[in-house]
Design a protein around this ligand. Sequence first.
Ligand SMILES: CC(C)(COP(=O)(O)OP(=O)(O)OC[C@H]1O[C@@H](n2cnc3c(N)ncnc32)[C@H](O)[C@@H]1OP(=O)(O)O)[C@@H](O)C(=O)NCCC(=O)NCCS
Length: 186
Amino acid sequence: MNASGLEEPADSRATVRHGDAADARAVAELHALSWRTAYREFVPAEALGDGLAEERGQIWELRLTVDYGEPAATPELLVAELDGEVAGFAYLVPEPDGRVLLDNLHVRPGLTGGGIGHALLTAAREHLAERHPEAELYLEVLCANTRAIAFYEREGGRRTGRQEGVFPGGFVLPEYVYSWPAHATS
Ligand SMILES: CC(C)(COP(=O)(O)OP(=O)(O)OC[C@H]1O[C@@H](n2cnc3c(N)ncnc32)[C@H](O)[C@@H]1OP(=O)(O)O)[C@@H](O)C(=O)NCCC(=O)NCCS
Protein backbone atom coordinates (compact mmCIF):
# COMPACT_ATOMS: atom_id res chain seq x y z
CA MET A 1 0.00 0.00 0.00
CA ASN A 2 1.16 3.55 -0.66
CA ALA A 3 0.15 6.85 0.96
CA SER A 4 -3.12 6.91 -1.04
CA GLY A 5 -3.98 3.45 0.29
CA LEU A 6 -3.56 1.95 -3.20
CA GLU A 7 -1.70 -1.18 -4.26
CA GLU A 8 2.03 -0.99 -5.06
CA PRO A 9 3.01 -2.53 -8.42
CA ALA A 10 5.52 -5.38 -8.38
CA ASP A 11 7.99 -2.84 -9.78
CA SER A 12 8.40 -1.11 -6.44
CA ARG A 13 9.51 2.13 -8.10
CA ALA A 14 5.97 2.63 -9.46
CA THR A 15 3.00 3.92 -7.45
CA VAL A 16 -0.75 4.15 -8.10
CA ARG A 17 -2.73 7.26 -7.16
CA HIS A 18 -6.08 8.87 -7.95
CA GLY A 19 -5.96 11.17 -10.99
CA ASP A 20 -7.57 14.51 -11.82
CA ALA A 21 -7.82 17.15 -14.55
CA ALA A 22 -4.09 17.91 -14.29
CA ASP A 23 -3.45 14.44 -15.73
CA ALA A 24 -5.55 14.97 -18.88
CA ARG A 25 -2.69 15.70 -21.25
CA ALA A 26 -0.33 12.93 -20.08
CA VAL A 27 -3.12 10.34 -20.02
CA ALA A 28 -4.29 11.36 -23.52
CA GLU A 29 -0.72 11.04 -24.85
CA LEU A 30 -0.26 7.61 -23.29
CA HIS A 31 -3.68 6.47 -24.52
CA ALA A 32 -2.77 7.43 -28.11
CA LEU A 33 0.73 5.89 -27.80
CA SER A 34 -0.67 2.62 -26.44
CA TRP A 35 -3.17 2.41 -29.30
CA ARG A 36 -0.45 3.12 -31.87
CA THR A 37 1.71 0.38 -30.35
CA ALA A 38 -0.50 -2.38 -28.95
CA TYR A 39 -3.53 -1.87 -31.21
CA ARG A 40 -1.59 -1.60 -34.48
CA GLU A 41 -2.41 -5.21 -35.31
CA PHE A 42 -6.07 -4.90 -34.30
CA VAL A 43 -7.52 -1.66 -35.69
CA PRO A 44 -7.52 -0.04 -39.15
CA ALA A 45 -4.45 2.11 -39.87
CA GLU A 46 -6.62 5.20 -40.44
CA ALA A 47 -7.75 4.99 -36.80
CA LEU A 48 -4.12 5.48 -35.70
CA GLY A 49 -3.35 8.50 -37.87
CA ASP A 50 -2.71 12.16 -37.12
CA GLY A 51 -6.17 12.76 -35.67
CA LEU A 52 -5.74 10.22 -32.88
CA ALA A 53 -3.74 12.41 -30.48
CA GLU A 54 -6.13 15.34 -30.91
CA GLU A 55 -9.18 13.12 -30.45
CA ARG A 56 -7.75 11.58 -27.26
CA GLY A 57 -6.79 15.06 -26.02
CA GLN A 58 -10.37 16.28 -26.42
CA ILE A 59 -11.87 13.15 -24.83
CA TRP A 60 -9.67 13.32 -21.71
CA GLU A 61 -10.03 17.08 -21.30
CA LEU A 62 -13.82 16.63 -21.33
CA ARG A 63 -13.85 13.52 -19.14
CA LEU A 64 -11.70 15.09 -16.43
CA THR A 65 -13.36 18.52 -16.28
CA VAL A 66 -17.09 17.79 -16.66
CA ASP A 67 -19.26 17.89 -13.52
CA TYR A 68 -21.03 14.54 -13.17
CA GLY A 69 -23.16 15.73 -10.25
CA GLU A 70 -23.41 13.18 -7.49
CA PRO A 71 -20.23 11.35 -6.42
CA ALA A 72 -21.80 7.92 -7.08
CA ALA A 73 -22.09 8.82 -10.78
CA THR A 74 -18.60 10.32 -11.09
CA PRO A 75 -15.97 8.26 -12.96
CA GLU A 76 -12.60 7.62 -11.32
CA LEU A 77 -9.17 7.89 -12.95
CA LEU A 78 -6.34 5.81 -11.46
CA VAL A 79 -2.80 6.72 -12.50
CA ALA A 80 0.35 4.61 -12.18
CA GLU A 81 3.50 6.71 -11.92
CA LEU A 82 7.11 5.77 -12.43
CA ASP A 83 9.96 8.27 -12.06
CA GLY A 84 7.44 11.14 -12.10
CA GLU A 85 5.88 10.03 -15.42
CA VAL A 86 2.51 8.48 -16.11
CA ALA A 87 3.27 4.77 -16.61
CA GLY A 88 -0.31 3.54 -16.91
CA PHE A 89 -3.90 4.39 -16.14
CA ALA A 90 -7.34 2.90 -15.55
CA TYR A 91 -10.69 4.66 -15.87
CA LEU A 92 -13.79 3.48 -14.01
CA VAL A 93 -17.25 4.57 -15.10
CA PRO A 94 -20.39 3.94 -12.98
CA GLU A 95 -23.17 2.84 -15.34
CA PRO A 96 -26.93 3.54 -14.96
CA ASP A 97 -27.56 -0.23 -14.61
CA GLY A 98 -25.49 -0.33 -11.39
CA ARG A 99 -22.38 -1.94 -12.88
CA VAL A 100 -19.00 -0.18 -13.19
CA LEU A 101 -17.21 -0.20 -16.55
CA LEU A 102 -13.42 -0.39 -16.60
CA ASP A 103 -13.35 1.74 -19.72
CA ASN A 104 -9.59 1.91 -20.25
CA LEU A 105 -6.57 0.08 -18.89
CA HIS A 106 -3.23 0.89 -20.49
CA VAL A 107 0.39 0.48 -19.44
CA ARG A 108 3.13 2.42 -21.22
CA PRO A 109 4.75 0.40 -24.04
CA GLY A 110 8.09 -0.86 -22.72
CA LEU A 111 6.76 -1.13 -19.16
CA THR A 112 4.21 -3.89 -19.79
CA GLY A 113 4.74 -7.24 -18.08
CA GLY A 114 6.12 -5.60 -14.92
CA GLY A 115 3.04 -5.79 -12.72
CA ILE A 116 1.72 -2.26 -13.31
CA GLY A 117 -1.48 -3.57 -14.97
CA HIS A 118 -2.04 -5.88 -12.01
CA ALA A 119 -1.57 -2.98 -9.59
CA LEU A 120 -4.03 -0.78 -11.53
CA LEU A 121 -6.64 -3.54 -11.71
CA THR A 122 -6.19 -4.27 -7.99
CA ALA A 123 -6.59 -0.57 -7.18
CA ALA A 124 -9.73 -0.50 -9.38
CA ARG A 125 -11.21 -3.43 -7.47
CA GLU A 126 -10.31 -1.81 -4.13
CA HIS A 127 -11.99 1.42 -5.26
CA LEU A 128 -15.13 -0.55 -6.15
CA ALA A 129 -15.17 -2.39 -2.85
CA GLU A 130 -15.02 0.95 -1.07
CA ARG A 131 -17.25 3.17 -3.22
CA HIS A 132 -19.53 0.77 -5.14
CA PRO A 133 -19.61 -2.38 -2.99
CA GLU A 134 -22.68 -3.82 -4.74
CA ALA A 135 -21.40 -3.20 -8.27
CA GLU A 136 -20.17 -5.77 -10.75
CA LEU A 137 -16.98 -4.67 -12.53
CA TYR A 138 -16.88 -5.31 -16.27
CA LEU A 139 -14.84 -4.40 -19.33
CA GLU A 140 -14.84 -4.86 -23.08
CA VAL A 141 -11.74 -6.26 -24.79
CA LEU A 142 -11.11 -6.88 -28.48
CA CYS A 143 -11.41 -10.60 -29.27
CA ALA A 144 -8.07 -10.29 -31.08
CA ASN A 145 -6.28 -8.89 -28.00
CA THR A 146 -5.24 -12.30 -26.71
CA ARG A 147 -2.51 -10.99 -24.38
CA ALA A 148 -4.92 -8.70 -22.55
CA ILE A 149 -7.49 -11.55 -22.42
CA ALA A 150 -4.89 -13.85 -20.83
CA PHE A 151 -4.16 -11.12 -18.29
CA TYR A 152 -7.86 -10.66 -17.41
CA GLU A 153 -8.43 -14.40 -17.06
CA ARG A 154 -5.45 -14.71 -14.76
CA GLU A 155 -6.90 -11.82 -12.76
CA GLY A 156 -10.11 -13.81 -12.19
CA GLY A 157 -12.31 -12.21 -14.86
CA ARG A 158 -15.08 -14.36 -16.39
CA ARG A 159 -16.11 -14.07 -20.02
CA THR A 160 -19.76 -13.01 -19.84
CA GLY A 161 -20.54 -11.78 -23.34
CA ARG A 162 -19.55 -11.11 -26.92
CA GLN A 163 -20.60 -8.03 -28.88
CA GLU A 164 -19.75 -5.75 -31.77
CA GLY A 165 -17.73 -2.76 -30.50
CA VAL A 166 -18.21 0.55 -32.33
CA PHE A 167 -15.13 2.82 -32.21
CA PRO A 168 -14.51 6.52 -32.88
CA GLY A 169 -14.30 6.80 -36.67
CA GLY A 170 -17.12 4.29 -37.05
CA PHE A 171 -15.27 0.99 -37.44
CA VAL A 172 -16.72 -2.10 -35.78
CA LEU A 173 -14.73 -4.98 -34.22
CA PRO A 174 -15.79 -8.01 -32.15
CA GLU A 175 -15.23 -7.76 -28.42
CA TYR A 176 -15.63 -9.99 -25.38
CA VAL A 177 -17.11 -8.76 -22.13
CA TYR A 178 -15.24 -9.82 -18.96
CA SER A 179 -16.79 -9.41 -15.50
CA TRP A 180 -15.89 -9.65 -11.84
CA PRO A 181 -18.90 -10.15 -9.52
CA ALA A 182 -19.38 -7.56 -6.77
CA HIS A 183 -18.20 -9.75 -3.95
CA ALA A 184 -15.04 -10.78 -5.82
CA THR A 185 -13.79 -7.19 -6.00
CA SER A 186 -12.07 -6.98 -2.64
C1 LIG B 1 -3.02 -5.51 -20.76
C2 LIG B 1 -2.12 -4.64 -19.85
C3 LIG B 1 -2.95 -3.51 -19.26
C4 LIG B 1 -1.61 -5.53 -18.70
O1 LIG B 1 -0.75 -4.75 -17.90
P1 LIG B 1 0.76 -5.27 -17.60
O2 LIG B 1 1.39 -4.30 -16.71
O3 LIG B 1 1.44 -5.61 -18.85
O4 LIG B 1 0.37 -6.60 -16.83
P2 LIG B 1 1.17 -7.29 -15.68
O5 LIG B 1 2.62 -7.05 -15.79
O6 LIG B 1 0.49 -6.97 -14.40
O7 LIG B 1 0.88 -8.79 -16.13
C5 LIG B 1 1.54 -9.28 -17.31
C6 LIG B 1 0.62 -10.15 -18.12
O8 LIG B 1 -0.21 -9.32 -18.93
C7 LIG B 1 -0.41 -9.91 -20.21
N1 LIG B 1 -0.09 -8.92 -21.24
C8 LIG B 1 -1.06 -8.32 -21.95
N2 LIG B 1 -0.53 -7.47 -22.82
C9 LIG B 1 0.82 -7.52 -22.66
C10 LIG B 1 1.91 -6.87 -23.30
N3 LIG B 1 1.71 -5.95 -24.29
N4 LIG B 1 3.17 -7.15 -22.89
C11 LIG B 1 3.38 -8.04 -21.88
N5 LIG B 1 2.38 -8.69 -21.25
C12 LIG B 1 1.11 -8.43 -21.64
C13 LIG B 1 0.36 -11.17 -20.27
O9 LIG B 1 -0.58 -12.23 -20.08
C14 LIG B 1 1.31 -11.08 -19.10
O10 LIG B 1 1.44 -12.33 -18.58
P3 LIG B 1 2.90 -12.95 -18.35
O11 LIG B 1 3.53 -12.11 -17.29
O12 LIG B 1 2.60 -14.34 -17.94
O13 LIG B 1 3.62 -12.85 -19.67
C15 LIG B 1 -0.89 -4.06 -20.59
O14 LIG B 1 -0.08 -5.11 -21.05
C16 LIG B 1 -1.24 -3.14 -21.73
O15 LIG B 1 -1.37 -1.93 -21.52
N6 LIG B 1 -1.38 -3.69 -22.94
C17 LIG B 1 -1.62 -2.85 -24.12
C18 LIG B 1 -2.97 -2.13 -24.07
C19 LIG B 1 -4.12 -3.08 -23.86
O16 LIG B 1 -4.26 -4.09 -24.57
N7 LIG B 1 -4.99 -2.74 -22.89
C20 LIG B 1 -6.16 -3.52 -22.58
C21 LIG B 1 -7.34 -2.91 -23.23
S1 LIG B 1 -8.83 -3.88 -22.97
